[in-house]
Design a protein around this ligand. Structure first.
Ligand SMILES: Cc1cc2nc3c(=O)[nH]c(=O)nc-3n(C[C@H](O)[C@H](O)[C@H](O)COP(=O)(O)OP(=O)(O)OC[C@H]3O[C@@H](n4cnc5c(N)ncnc54)[C@H](O)[C@@H]3O)c2cc1C
Length: 438
């Protein structure tokens, strides 16, 4: 259920193993509505995502859609720029068009023989009977489907999960942030080039709120404003074109002249909510959850899709090692993924504070510099948390443990006497020893 990013990818994996797979999607077909050709919305893909795409034979094709982002480019209110690399030379994350990625995944699935049924909305499922009730949105007919396994890849507001929730011992939590987001844009330069550095993820950190921008292949940038829903500097303070201009002039003056469509974007585009969903179990009877349906996370680590794609990798690996014995695969899948989904959910919330607030904090920047030096000189002994998450396949749960430990070590290190002069010579061996990954 769901032909989003994860459902489409999973259908390829399952079809390749010889299963009969059908995909039901509430929306019309992206390829015929041209929805993907309208507003450019992108997302960041990193190593976990690439691994899953490679496993489906799609890495090379999707790499052609990707724009490397080597680090964060911070914009101060005065217009000053500071660049912080994400990792070692050669390590970068990538901006990819969400619509085009989804289209490529659906095309690949259809070529592999997976039928897609659009404008079919799942209403509920009977987990024990393995039946789902759907509505055909073109004529409002309701019908039942029976399957050996019904997989909810129907996103953060999953209807399949709703049915699992009605069973005994199902745990569920949902947490809304006090912040919302709005997608805006910077168009291409008149010659089709990029108006700001193309190979960076741009951030305008302003403590309780921030603006970010990711590049698109056509020279434009998708810009996202994350701000409180209510209170000072919040969405509720921007009600007129004048108040919008004042807000941007005050906090984002360098980018304002680059956003001629600001007013139309701001008042025309929806304001999105940000939510973390945790639940367990992910498999009940003949129902199973994957992707955002199992674990919606806030977007501040750029890992929601990457995590959902990793679910597909892990499920496929378990099917290999357990000889497609689903009665063993399903428990192993949820046991393996649940702690990691919780780990990235927590890391993503922590990264919001880092992105909007700490990236402009001198202590934070100094800690980053020290960690970067140790990682560069001893890559065999120390991997910073950002790199563990974005450039490795180490469990997210381990990255979360390392987050706390590394921060404690570095918070102590920066209080050592004369640290400013001694950190990269006399103290370096001791710091390396303390930071070494556990
Ligand atoms: C602002 C923002 C920025 C993000 N940036 C990143 C990023 O940079 N990197 C990253 O990795 N992740 C990012 N994410 C997270 C990422 O978008 C999600 O993790 C990812 O889309 C999850 O894929 P999915 O297939 O599980 O769910 P979805 O993409 O939500 O797909 C679910 C599909 O199910 C369909 N559906 C829903 N209900 C029903 C129903 N009842 N019946 C039938 N079909 C149904 C929907 O129409 C949809 O097509 C971001 C999220 C947001 C909100």
């Amino acid at each position: 259920m769901g032909a989003g990013l994860v459902g489409s990818l999973l259908s390829i994996y399952l079809k390749r193993r010889g299963y009969e797979v059908q995909v039901y999607e509430r929306r019309p077909d992206l390829r015929s509505t041209g929805a993907a050709g309208g507003r450019s919305i992108n997302l960041a893909i990193s190593d976990r995502g690439w691994k899953a795409l490679a496993g489906a034979g799609l890495e090379e094709q999707i790499r052609k859609l990707a724009i490397p982002m080597h680090g964060r480019m911070m914009h101060s209110v005065e217009g000053g720029l500071t660049f912080q690399p994400y990792g070692q030379p050669g390590q970068f994350i990538n901006s990819v068009s969400r619509g085009q990625l989804n289209i490529d995944l659906m095309n690949a699935a259809e070529s592999a023989g997976v039928p897609f049924h659009f404008e079919q909305r799942v209403l509920r499922m009977d987990v024990e009977a393995g039946k789902a009730t759907l509505e055909n949105l073109t004529n409002q007919d309701r019908y039942e489907l029976e399957a050996d396994l019904i997989i909810g890849a129907d996103g953060a507001y999953s209807m399949v999960r709703n049915s699992l929730m009605k069973t005994d011992q199902f745990n569920y939590s949902q947490l809304y942030e006090s912040h919302c987001y709005k997608e805006l844009s910077i168009p291409p330069a008149p010659d089709g080039g990029f108006l700001i550095d193309k190979n960076a993820l741009h951030i305008w950190p302003r403590k309780s709120f921030m603006l970010i921008a990711l590049p698109n292949l056509d020279g434009s940038f998708t810009v996202t404003l994350f701000a409180p829903t209510k209170g000072p500097e919040s969405f509720e303070t921007i009600t007129t074109p004048e108040s919008l201009q004042v807000y941007f002039q005050k906090y984002f003056p360098d980018v304002l002249p680059l956003m001629p469509d600001l007013e139309a974007d701001f008042f025309g585009n929806p304001t999105g909510s940000l939510m973390t969903v945790k639940c367990f179990p992910w498999t009940v009877g003949n129902g199973m959850l994957i992707g955002d349906a199992a674990h919606a996370v806030v977007p501040f680590y750029g890992q929601g899709m990457n995590c959902g794609f990793e679910d597909c990798t892990v499920l496929d690996e378990l099917l290999n090692t357990l000889d497609d014995n689903w009665s063993k695969v399903l428990p192993a899948y949820q046991e393996s993924r649940k702690p990691n989904a919780d780990g990235i959910a927590d890391l993503a919330r922590l990264n919001f504070i880092e992105m909007r607030d700490l990236v402009a904090d001198p202590d934070f920047l100094f800690k980053r510099k020290i960690a970067g030096k140790v990682a560069a000189t001893h890559p065999d002994r120390f991997i910073p948390v950002y790199s563990m998450v974005s450039f490795s396949h180490l469990p997210y749960a381990d990255a979360l443990k390392e987050y706390t430990r590394q921060d404690e070590v570095l918070s102590d290190v920066i209080t050592w006497p004369h640290i400013g002069e001694k950190w990269d010579n006399e103290y370096l061996p001791r710091i390396t020893e303390l930071l070494q990954n556990q």
